[in-house]
Write a protein that binds this ligand. Structure first.
Ligand code: ADP
Length: 633
């Protein structure tokens, strides 16, 4: 067809345009990473061909040795990265090098700040990739022929907004990426510079990487060409592990931690698992790619094999190389494989052990991990019954015993600080740290020196629900039901108090009956006049708000109002003889208790007008004017 042989000029998708700009700007001080990205792509292309050739050996033809080659031309100021891997069709070229398919990209790119350093790490969360070539190149051309096809295509662009694609004759399958270097980037056409970079970036790659520096210099193979995970742990340096991670993940930052293991015996496999240092931008997108890179006897089989780890460990990156799985294993076959469950549970344990070790030995590293992935790990409490205790030990919380909102208290820390006879782990759920740390519900516990964990993430309500207890101690919500404190006679004082203040409680209950289940004397409060608590079987206000927000039906339930009989406002209330004012005051006491726990008022306007009336009551001038002052006796 004529239309596919003619040169076509096409515009980059908007997101690509944005990414290109950001990449050139924010990664400039790390410009040499383009080479790692292009070598990674070449190595992936070789991997893919080796995989395709399992079922279609003719794709390999008589060119079965896969290689990568870097050609330098000082005169022409070019560096080319060449592979004899899978190649791309014309359509794939347009698709792969003209668009970004990951959802949420536009929104993510919108978060860039213009600050080089911040943006560089954000780009890292996105993954670097092919477009990094434009950091050093004023023009990039890609010539490629797909394995099994006779048609070649050339893509070419200056990275400004458009690219052209045309048909070309190419002698063999594979891809050649040529960078026409910017005038001040010609160091990347220098053999000594490029050779050291290739060593750094490609030593762990399973294919030979040859450097052809032109002139009189002979071509030479620069890397050792053994897949890194097949080497023994003792032979691999930390820097190599880090480089391999970047090759694997296209992450710009170093990994936090890794674990490399060979399992022998009934099932044989090698795994190399990494914990990244920051989450990818689409961590919360359920359809985002996740999982390990699967190899069978060193032959690449698939990316994103998500079957090997549970969803709550979706942040883990790495490789699994099995000796037992069939080479033709598909996602479906994998799902049915008898060994899968065993491997999955072993890998899960590995990751949890790695985290445990990091928590014990590297608290800064663990804090970084927790900040990025804590909320994902929490899903494990709900999802992974068998490892619940292990995951529980890895949880970290903000606490009333600490001064800041950092989540760094473990349940074990908490248990070490309990007071005599304390047999519960107290927690409070709230929308945010400010609400939690100043909540009236903490007052009595604070006064008694009892620590309360402050839970402010949306998933927390589910976590405590599923966890229920830790090392034999019940988790207790301080804003729910009756609170009996250690070594206290809560129950008895409560009944005695309720009896003593029966008349007041009844009177409040009468005026607020539409809004509260009951009214009690509080055992929780010291400084505040009142608080609301939920019944022991009711939904917590957090879950209620979340369900409401997602449009789900929420069962009716009214909170219990607890009042502090030692508070001057309650005292004032008890002496109020004017019924109308008693009702207004009671309503405000309840409104304030609801506001303090972070709830919305059902009728804010009504609150404002009641409040205004009371404020005017306090103003002698206003009283004089409307001549309607209440008797303040
Ligand atoms: P990523 O590698 O993260 O997917 P890139 O932007 O680096 O993103 O590359 C986009 C796509 O282009 C790759 O997924 C791959 O399909 C294709 N591609 C890039 N380089 C090559 C190559 N040398 N050979 C074959 N395909 C390639």
């Amino acid at each position: 067809m004529t239309e596919t042989t003619e040169a076509q000029t096409l515009g980059f998708q908007t997101e690509v345009r944005q990414l290109l700009k950001l990449m050139i700007h924010s990664l400039y001080s790390n410009k040499e990473i383009f080479l790692r990205e292009l070598i990674s792509n070449a190595s992936d292309a070789a991997d893919k061909l080796r995989f395709e050739a399992i079922g279609s050996p003719e794709l390999m033809g008589d060119d079965a040795d896969l290689w990568i080659r870097i050609e330098l031309d000082k005169e022409a100021k070019t560096i080319a990265i060449i592979d004899n891997g899978i190649g791309m069709s014309r359509d794939e070229l347009i698709e792969n090098l003209g668009t970004i398919a990951r959802s949420g990209t536009a929104e993510f790119l919108g978060r860039m700040t213009g600050d080089e350093k911040k943006d560089a790490s954000l780009i890292g969360q996105f993954g670097v990739g092919f477009y990094s070539a434009f950091i050093v190149a004023e023009r990039v051309s890609v010539e490629t022929r797909k394995a099994g096809s006779a048609e070649g295509a050339r893509w070419s662009s200056d990275g400004q907004g458009e690219f052209t694609v045309e048909a070309v004759d190419l002698p063999a399958r594979g891809t050649r990426v040529t960078l026409h270097l910017k005038a001040d980037e010609t160091e990347f056409a220098e053999a000594f510079r490029v050779e050291s970079l290739i060593r750094k970036y490609s030593d762990h790659i399973d294919f030979p990487v040859t450097l052809a520096s032109g002139g009189d210099a002979e071509d030479k193979v620069v890397n050792s060409a053994t897949a890194l995970w097949t080497r023994s742990r003792a032979d691999v340096g930390d820097e190599e592990y880090r480089e391999f991670y970047k090759h694997l993940s296209h992450d710009f930052a170093d990994p936090l931690k890794w674990s490399h293991n060979r399992v022998e015996g009934k099932r044989e496999y090698t795994s190399l698992l990494y914990i990244p240092s920051s989450p990818p931008f689409d961590l919360w997108n359920r359809d985002a790619p996740r999982g390990l890179k699967l190899y069978v006897q060193r032959v690449f089989i698939m990316d994103d094999a998500e079957q090997f780890l549970p969803l709550y460990l979706r942040f883990v990156k790495g490789v699994i190389d099995s000796a037992d799985l069939p080479l033709n294993v598909s996602r479906e076959l994998l799902q049915q494989n008898r060994d899968l469950a065993a491997i999955r549970s072993a890998l899960t344990r590995r990751v949890l052990d790695m985290l445990k070790k990091m928590a014990n030995e590297d608290s800064d590293g663990y804090a970084t991990f927790w900040k990025g992935f804590g909320n994902v790990l929490k899903e494990g409490i709900v999802e992974d019954h068998g490892n619940r205790d292990r995951v529980a030990k890895l949880l970290r919380f903000a606490s009333s015993a600490e001064s800041g909102e950092a989540q760094d208290v473990s349940l074990a820390d908490y248990l070490e600080r309990t007071v005599d006879d304390q047999d519960a782990i107290y927690y409070l759920l709230a929308e945010n740290y400010a609400t939690a740390s100043q909540s009236p519900h903490l007052e009595r516990l604070r006064a008694r020196g009892i620590e309360v964990l402050l839970l402010t993430d949306p998933i927390d309500a589910w976590v405590v629900d599923h966890l229920a207890e830790f090392e034999g101690k019940q988790l207790v919500d301080v804003a729910r039901g009756e609170l009996s404190l250690p070594d206290g006679d809560g129950q008895m004082t409560r009944e005695a108090d309720n009896e003593e203040h029966k008349a007041l409680l009844k009177r409040i209950r009468r005026v607020l009956r539409e809004r509260v289940e009951s009214v009690n004397v509080s055992q929780r409060l010291v400084d505040s006049a009142a608080c609301v608590v939920s019944g022991s079987d009711d939904l917590s206000p957090q879950i209620r708000r979340m369900l409401e927000a997602s449009g789900q039906p929420v069962p009716e339930s009214k909170p219990v109002l607890e009042i502090n009989v030692g508070h001057p406002l309650v005292d004032r209330l008890s002496r109020e003889s004017d019924d109308e004012r008693f009702e207004a005051l009671s309503g405000i006491v309840l409104d304030h208790a609801l506001l303090a726990e972070g709830s919305q008022l059902d009728n804010p306007a009504d609150y404002v007008s009641r409040m205004n009336r009371l404020l005017l009551d306090l103003d002698p001038a206003a009283n004089r004017e409307d001549g309607n002052a209440h008797d303040n006796a």
